[in-house]
Design a protein around this ligand. Sequence first.
Ligand code: UT7
Length: 315
Amino acid sequence: MKILGTGSAIPTKVVTNQMLSEFLDTSEEWIVPRTGIHSRHVISSENLEDFGVKAALNALEMSGLGVEDIDYFICSNVVNEYVTPSMSCIIASKIGLTCPCVDINCACPGFIYALDIAESRYLAGKSKNILIVCVEEPTRMCSWEDRSTCVLFGDGAGAVVLGEGDNIKGIELHSQPDPNKIWETRTLEPTPYITKEEHSTPMQMRGREVFKFAVNASTRDVESLLSTIGMKKEEVGYYMVHQANKRIIDAIKQYLGESDEKFPTNIEDHGNSSSASCPILLDECNRRGLFKKGDILVFSAFGAGLLSGVAVLEW
Ligand code: UT7
């Protein structure tokens, strides 16, 4: 497939490190060197689905396609206020899409998992034009009394419209199942028969272990896919890495032996917006004219599961 349009939307509320230090035992001096984050956009009065709608409409407008042209819609999302219907159906109802809608929950690498489903459907002859929307509010998953998690995240949505083309050069997905590295639980409605003890737990993360997993997985995934498709690192224009931590991005850069200019970032003023991170970065870079036709983009993302994925795309 080929990316015909990109879009994104983020909440207006900006929360700086200074604002966090007013109610948390944290500081600009801890957060910036450890993460690279200066501020993040946080949902306040808005509904998450409206960011998905705006990102989708922006991507559709750029693509030149109308909603009637889209024949499959994939939404990547970890949490939202609805258990049912799916986020894709909620967004579809607001933009007038009537094609099949599916939600996936693949945590931070959700965009790459969605690209894989899209490309597979296209190659199977089942779809021609596919909309992907990654829409996330990780700030609603953390305890805002836990400085080790809530400082890291920001909310928002990123979208792409894919159409006919052979610009996706390869995708590789990996899993290393371990539910005890990043997790959050919620209790369901009680029934007269439930006898087990249940608890709601805000997001918990074994930060150092996840850090190591992220760096190792990304480096391995990128090298493995480039080798499979016979592409050299010198041919890569940009690495679009999941914006989880600037130190993770720097370590990946160092292991790959690549230069700063190849790694655009927006973590500075977005934090980690889970699966929306890669498509928001993509849209921002695209709209400021960073890419030229023929540039090779490598997307790499990693997160809860533990899951990771990489995709190589020619612009
Ligand atoms: O998208 C999902 C994938 N997630 C990630 O990729 C996150 C991966 N992990 C990380 O990015 C890093 O591990 C963190 C940024 C989460 C933490 O950085 P770290 O260098 O690994 O710090 P640490 O967890 O080892 O904590 C070091 C110290 C601790 O204090 P003590 O025990 O040494 O006294 C923490 O309590 O820093 C303390 N700390 C903080 N201090 C001020 C933790 N968070 C904060 C904070 N402000 N916000």
